[in-house]
Design a protein around this ligand. Structure first.
Ligand SMILES: [Zn+2]
Length: 340
């Protein structure tokens, strides 16, 4: 039914565009109905990303709102704080219709996972993950922002029709102690022989003081750099990217097991990052929610297209990570370490 109306709409759009001096993005308009016919792109699934829903989760994960009758998450470093965080993630996933899995690798060390199976049987997985712990602070940017972004991806991508690749959503424990949870998980998934075609890690995606919307794309393996750029353009997001060689976050654990990985973050390497990093001041109020929503849209658009097997661009020339700037991340020897 919709298709019939398409030609008329397009000419109206062309007119509009002419009047509005091409401020409207043709991809936004053109892609939706055509998608189902042509390349099967995700029909802008990322437009279903909801800032208000993300804000609600962020309030709970940073101790600004209670988890029903289970109490308040004041910090996500202590075993109690991390256990409460896992409770909240599990409850939120069940509310979305998922069957969350707990991957316990040591005492007080457990990751959370949830699978979104493809509509056509597949043995391939795309992993989308973020660390759930903090350095005993509210950890709003580091890393409630990433945890909420993955939760939102889980909420939105299950609405995507035609998925041909499974998606595994994961929340890693004990990242702040040196990627402990993600190392254990990547190792176990490797041992199980899971076919992970790409891993997308989100760590600190809540700060954009200079309002330039730049997303840091760190250590994009294989086709991922070109693929992110392709989708950024084809979906009309057109966000500025900053490619870096910064490691020391959970994508490194998957990279080490031979799975193509990438980390999405605020401009951690080039400086427009939260001044409250690993400090008491990393609270809900400091997070730039519009920026977090934009970054989440990018990840949802890319993972959506990958799950639909939208082909990568032709003529990819891989450039070694070493040609890009990098910046150290801080690990703590324990959650008891003092923070200002
Ligand atoms: Zn972090």
């Amino acid at each position: 039914m919709k298709f019939k109306r398409l030609p008329l709409v397009l000419s109206a759009f062309a007119l509009l565009n002419a009047c509005a001096g091409s401020s409207l993005n043709p991809a936004l308009f053109r892609s939706a109905p055509l998608q189902t016919q042509s390349a099967g792109r995700s029909a802008l699934i990322e437009n279903r990303v909801e800032k208000a829903r993300m804000e609600k989760h962020l309030l709970v994960l940073t101790g600004k709102a209670p988890i029903g009758s289970d109490g308040i998450i004041m910090e996500r470093g202590t075993p109690q704080g991390r256990a409460l965080t896992r409770t909240y993630l599990t409850q939120s996933l069940e509310a979305l219709g998922y069957k969350p899995e707990i991957h316990t690798y040591r005492t007080n060390g457990s990751n959370i996972m949830a699978r979104l199976m493809a509509e056509t049987p597949s043995d391939e997985y795309i992993v989308v993950g973020a660390h759930l712990d903090s350095v005993r602070n509210a950890g709003a940017d580091d890393n409630a922002s990433g945890s909420v972004s993955v939760l939102e991806a889980a909420a939105v991508l299950k609405e995507l029709k035609g998925r041909k690749v499974n998606v595994l959503f994961a929340w890693f424990d004990e990242e702040e102690l040196g990627l402990v949870g993600s190392r254990a998980l990547a190792r176990d998934l490797k041992k199980q022989g899971m076919k992970i075609t790409s891993m997308h890690n989100i760590d600190m995606l809540g700060w954009d003081a200079d309002k330039d919307k730049t997303i840091e794309v760190a250590q994009p393996d294989g086709i991922l750099w070109d693929y992110y750029q392709m989708v950024n353009k084809s979906h009309g997001l057109n966000l500025p990217f900053d490619r870096t060689n910064t490691g020391q976050s959970d994508h490194e654990s998957f990279h080490k097991e031979g799975f193509p990985s990438v980390c999405l973050s605020e401009e951690y390497t080039n400086g427009d990052m939260t001044p409250h990093y690993h400090r008491r001041g990393d609270t809900f109020e400091t997070v730039h929610l519009d920026y977090l929503t934009l970054g989440t849209r990018l990840v949802v658009a890319v993972v959506g297209d990958l799950s639909l097997k939208v082909p990568p661009p032709a003529g990819i020339r891989q450039i070694p990570h070493s040609q890009f700037p990098a910046r150290q991340r801080e690990f703590h020897s324990s959650y008891d370490e003092h923070i200002d």
